[in-house]
Design a protein around this ligand. Structure first.
Ligand code: ATP
Length: 293
């Protein structure tokens, strides 16, 4: 059983999250673990806390939050020997669903206490100005990124996943649906929206890329060929039914590297705004270890 552990907790979503954190801590303390807890104070702080913990040799650093917090902690741990742990307290928790990490705090804590790890292969997005962004689940460009860019945090706190549905309906009439040029391992493709995915799932437990697995190298690239409000509505309706990967107008390609270009179009990574296109996507320099059931 590991002895040292830091839990990086994102308190931004309020009191309910902290209660869930306490439930996990109760279980850990009950079996003799004494994890330290550090609250994040701002966006980007989780990466700093994780980087310092890795430099101090803490063997497991836990992201207690959603996919955005996980991506930040993973970024802070990149290149170190510290393993990433996950306490799923977010809105969608896609990576936890992907890897079978339980949502119930006591169960997730038991997984962390066992300390079994697997290899995780994050992606790395590079902007032309040299900015780099690590992601663990997906990078989207186009319509879904516009939804993420314009989503209000208070609305997300108030109604959770419903905020994405509402924002999707708001974006439909105003999003320009300008074409995206995707260079997938050197081959050019055009699409209205693109999701470069490490995992099978999207927006919760919905199937996007059946063959993908964040524990393996490479990406699955979902190309949404059709532009416009009607197409966006068809894609939106197919997603919860699990029909998206097989639907007309959706194609999925395997890739090692992807370059996305488009006229000032937004990008999102692991559910948080990630600037605008162009962006170059490839593997992170080193895989990392993640605690799994
Ligand atoms: N103290 C803070 N105040 C404001 N924002 C923060 C703070 N700490 C972290 N954040 C930001 O909040 C963002 C979203 O948080 P997180 O991913 O944990 O939850 P979520 O978005 O509800 O979950 P999911 O990604 O699963 O939908 C993170 O990307 C992070 O940058």
């Amino acid at each position: 059983m590991p002895t040292r552990m830091l839990i990086v907790f994102n308190p931004a979503a309020g009191a309910r999250r902290r209660r869930r954190l306490f439930a996990a801590l109760d279980l850990m303390r009950g079996i003799g673990l004494r994890p330290e807890v550090a609250d994040t104070e701002r966006r980007g702080h989780a990466a700093e806390l994780a980087r310092n913990a890795a430099a101090a040799g803490v063997p497991i650093v836990v992201a207690a939050g959603g996919d955005g917090t996980i991506a930040e902690v993973a970024d802070g741990l990149a290149g170190s020997d510290s393993a990433l742990g996950v306490l799923p307290l977010g809105t969608a928790n896609v990576l936890a669903l992907e890897l079978g990490i339980p949502r119930a705090p006591a169960h997730a804590a038991a997984v962390l206490a066992m300390g079994r790890t697997a290899l995780l292969h994050p992606g790395l997005a590079r902007h032309p100005d040299g900015r780099e962004l690590l992601f663990v689940q997906m990078l989207g460009a186009g319509f879904d990124a516009a939804v993420v860019h314009n989503l209000s945090s208070p609305l997300k706190r108030a109604i959770g996943k419903g905020a994405y549905v509402l924002q999707t309906l708001r974006e439909m009439p105003r999003y320009p649906f300008a074409p995206i040029r995707a260079e997938i391992d050197g081959r050019i493709e055009d699409a209205a929206s693109v999701i470069v995915s490490k995992g099978r799932l999207y927006a919760g437990r919905f199937l996007l890329a059946p063959g993908a697995d964040p524990r393996t190298e490479g990406f699955h690239v979902a190309l949404f060929r059709d532009a416009g409000v009607l197409a966006a509505m068809r894609y939106g309706a197919a997603l919860p039914l699990g029909l998206l990967p097989r639907m007309r107008g959706v194609e999925i390609r395997c890739a090692e590297t992807v370059r996305l270009e488009g006229p000032d179009l937004p990008a999102q990574a692991d559910g948080d705004a990630a600037g605008c296109l162009p962006v170059m996507i490839g593997p992170a320099p080193r895989p990392m270890r993640i605690v799994v059931p």
